[in-house]
Design a protein around this ligand. Structure first.
Ligand code: DON
Length: 303
């Protein structure tokens, strides 16, 4: 398999789609990112990296950070988090409020905003500083010490974060937050504002394709925990489009409203894509098409 050749082909194939969709303007700091950009990277379980297009342009990882926060909580705290958050697909938008009341303050899964707030809350309880813990994991796995949270993006999300504030207060009203609402929101927003390139994202998530093994050879997660995270990514990682994503791509994946998606081919590689134009459910239009092309041409879907 000539992976480099394939990635170069995919860049050409999805180019017309990079002008489709809309950037996420509900976070003003993301609204100025230009359409027409696309990057793709593959990091293999052996540590080889292949990249094409705008793969070295940093972007806001947003909800993709929820995977790393969950990994750190499972690594540090075992299965306890599952008493406070379910792991079923929500079928609702990622920032929906309604389901949380019907289900008595237990979010449907750790990747919708309500569930991610609970995970970040737990990370705050078990580590001194949640966004720093996520950032350190990303820096260590990539070897890139310049990965950081984008202060402008964080500030603009904080200034327009009424929905997440509502969700956090709602969780607190059900007793499902351990830390003060403002601290949880700040940690969550800073974690979402972490910026990195496709190349770094593929490297940072490689532990999901290596049974939990980190780049330095130690284990972040057990093979069982890694299987669990990949399963939740498959069923919940792309929100109310998770069925369509499984149908088209056939891999565990996690999207963010910055236009990034990371997908995992278990025991083989991670594939990251970035293109800022989003479809209705908040997933990158060109990114999903590129992953569809990737699994169709390689045969590397889990189905
Ligand atoms: O909380 C939010 O709304 C954003 N910080 C993250 C949302 C997101 O990336 C959803 N993904 N597609």
């Amino acid at each position: 398999m000539d992976i480099q050749n394939l990635l170069d082909d995919i860049v050409g194939a999805v180019e017309p789609l990079t002008l489709q969709g809309d950037v996420a303007d509900y976070i003003p700091g993301l609204a100025s990112v230009g359409l027409g950009q696309f990057g793709i990277s593959v990091a293999t379980r052996n540590g080889d990296v292949f990249s094409a297009g705008d793969a070295d342009v940093p972007f806001s990882i947003q909800s993709i950070s929820k995977v790393f926060a969950l990994a750190l909580v499972l690594a540090g705290d075992g299965d306890r988090i599952w008493r406070r958050v379910f792991r079923e697909p929500s079928g609702n938008p990622f920032n929906s409020l309604v389901q949380l009341e019907h289900e008595d303050g237990i979010p449907r899964n750790p990747f919708i905003n309500a569930g991610a707030l609970v995970v970040t809350d737990r990370l705050l309880s078990i580590s001194a500083n949640a966004p720093t813990a996520v950032r350190e994991l990303l820096r260590q796995e990539t070897g890139n010490p310049s990965i950081d949270s984008d202060a402008d993006v964080a500030r603009s999300e904080a200034a327009h974060g009424h929905r997440n504030s509502s969700l956090a207060h709602f969780l607190a009203s059900y007793g499902n937050l351990e830390n003060p609402v403002e601290e949880v929101l700040e940690a969550y927003i800073n974690q979402c504002a972490l910026a990195m390139s496709c190349t770094d994202l593929a490297l940072a998530s490689r532990f999901l394709a290596t049974n939990g093994r980190r780049s330095n050879g130690t284990s972040l997660l057990s093979p069982l925990q890694t299987k669990r995270i990949n399963a939740v990514m498959l069923t919940c990682g792309t929100y109310d489009a998770a069925g369509e994503f499984a149908y088209r791509v056939g891999l565990p994946g996690k999207s963010g409203v910055g236009g990034g998606i990371v997908a995992v081919v278990p025991n083989n590689c991670t594939v990251s894509v970035w293109s800022p134009g989003l479809g209705r459910s908040g997933n990158s239009v060109a990114g999903v098409a590129a992953l569809d092309e990737f699994t169709t041409r390689t045969g590397w879907s889990i189905f």
